[in-house]
Design a protein around this ligand. Structure first.
Ligand code: AMP
Ligand code: ZN
Length: 461
């Protein structure tokens, strides 16, 4: 079956064709590790996880690279302000590399909690300084760069298709262009290398052909993606906020350096919003995954919530929405826990599911197909079909929750078993009621009593 993906570059759904048959090279812009990632950031990584799982489902071998920005991302997108990592290190009185490695560690823990598959290759910007310098040198040789008092800049007016991804109105943008751009030649020009104001002041700085300093934020993604995936690769992902600046600049500097097309398919995830506004770190960032856990939500409840909205639409967050996702997810798992493996696959439902996921990742529709399957009393092959579908959802649908039964309950269960053996049904029923009042339920099966934890009155886990 054909896989169709919406390509931001063409603003159309296109049939996906990889460069090398059966293989996909995919790069995702990763976190700037100066603070915790909020659940908005994580929505973008759940989206790229689903994309990767759909590719794997379609039998592609995926090589997935994700960067960790541990230098060069300034507090303003206009190449001004302080380096975010340096600023956090100063504030917390720590070493820059400790800040970066701590928040990166938490990020990876969140991946695990949200069942996001880790990339095959993590690339930290500070470990690819040489590659970034090489790329800037290439741009310099091809005369795309110029020098100001604070750094080496890319001259966007020299790159023919600058702004093609975002369909920027360059003429409009450049109008009144001298205002607020300092020594830059054009408003859209961006730093490739920034000089340290005073060598020794920053924690992270390197020697370069242009002077001591550090790389601009955009150059890292071009250098590291091309290093691991080649000068032209298949898929690049990120949040929609990256379209007009970060990804636009990645394209300009990569294509200027190589003379080749940089990426064939650009995919962007829409925002998590709160009261209609983008959730942003600069505004406090709403919740982290750990904060959600503290108020009683499992990370996977949030994953379920993300799957209920298509990745190209905004998802408005509220505790009410999350609660309803949690209930649906639990109900789904409860129903599935009763399903036995009959050794079959239900081709009809699986085909509907595949149609949905291969139509630009219509995961909400695919979830609907799953619900229809679990509710269809006559359907065969439920267990194995759900297992296949969960390769994409990543919701651990067949994983049985391990519940620890308290000793007190176990003692009642044993007492009840004795009563049942001596055919004292009245006593056995009384004990069952007692167990129920303590929040548990006993089912009598051929293999003996099975104990379940009650979620609420009607809800057995
Ligand atoms: P950052 O750590 O700021 O570089 O951001 C990491 C990723 O999160 C980027 O791909 C952003 O596009 C994405 N992002 C930032 N805010 C949101 C949001 N509210 N909803 C979804 N993705 C976001
Ligand atoms: Zn990037």
């Amino acid at each position: 079956m054909e896989l169709k993906l919406y390509n931001t570059l063409t603003r159309r759904k296109e049939v996906f064709k990889p460069i090398h048959k059966g293989h996909v090279g995919m790069y995702s812009c990763g976190p700037t590790v100066y603070w915790y990632q909020h659940i908005g950031n994580l929505r973008t990584y759940i989206f790229s996880d689903i994309l990767k799982r759909v590719l794997i489902y379609n039998k592609y071998k995926v090589r997935h690279v994700m960067n960790v920005t541990d230098v060069g991302h300034l507090t303003s997108d206009a190449d001004e302000g302080e380096d975010k990592i340096e600023k956090a290190a100063r504030k917390e009185g720590k070493k820059a590399e400790d800040i970066a490695s701590y928040y990166w560690k938490v990020f990876r823990e969140d991946f695990k909690k949200l069942n996001i598959i880790e990339p095959d290759i993590w690339t930290k910007a500070t470990e690819y300084i040489k590659e970034q310098i090489e790329l800037i040198k290439k741009l310099e040789e091809k005369r795309y760069t110029y020098r100001t008092s604070d750094g080496i800049y890319f001259d966007t007016s020299k790159f023919k298709d600058y702004g093609k991804l975002a369909r920027l109105n360059i003429k409009g943008l450049q109008a009144g262009k001298r205002v607020g751009i300092g020594e830059k030649r054009n408003k859209t020009d961006f730093a490739l290398w920034k000089f340290s104001e005073k060598p020794g002041l920053r924690q992270q700085e390197w020697d370069s052909p242009w002077g001591v300093g550090f790389p601009g934020w955009h150059i890292e993604c071009s250098a590291m993606s091309m290093k691991h995936l080649g000068e032209t690769f298949d898929i690049h992902t990120g949040g929609i906020d990256h379209i007009p600046i970060h990804h636009t600049n990645e394209i300009a500097q990569s294509e200027a350096a190589t003379g080749k097309k940089f990426v064939n398919y650009w995919l962007h995830g829409n925002f998590l919003t709160f009261r209609g506004e983008k959730v942003a770190k600069s505004k406090g960032g709403l919740y982290t995954v750990s904060e959600l856990e503290k108020i009683g939500f499992a990370p996977m409840d949030y994953r379920y919530l993300c799957l209920t909205t298509h990745y190209r639409k905004p998802l408005n967050f509220s505790i009410k929405n999350l609660k309803s996702a949690k209930n649906s997810y639990q109900r789904l798992k409860n129903i599935i826990s009763e399903i036995e493996d009959d050794g079959k696959i239900n081709k009809k439902y699986l085909r509907e599911f595949e149609k949905a996921i291969n139509d630009d990742l219509e995961i909400p529709n695919a979830l609907q197909v799953l619900w229809n399957l679990v509710r269809d009393e006559k359907a065969e092959g439920k267990y194995r079909t759900i297992k296949k579908m969960d390769e994409v959802f990543g919701l651990d649908l067949l994983k049985k929750e391990e519940i620890k039964i308290p000793n007190e309950i176990m003692e009642f269960v044993e007492e009840r078993e004795k009563a049942r053996k001596s055919k004292n049904w009245k006593k056995s029923d009384e004990i069952r009621e007692k167990i129920k009042s303590l929040g548990y339920w006993v089912d009598d099966t051929d293999k003996g009593p099975v104990i379940k934890k009650l979620q609420n009155e009607n809800n057995i886990q």
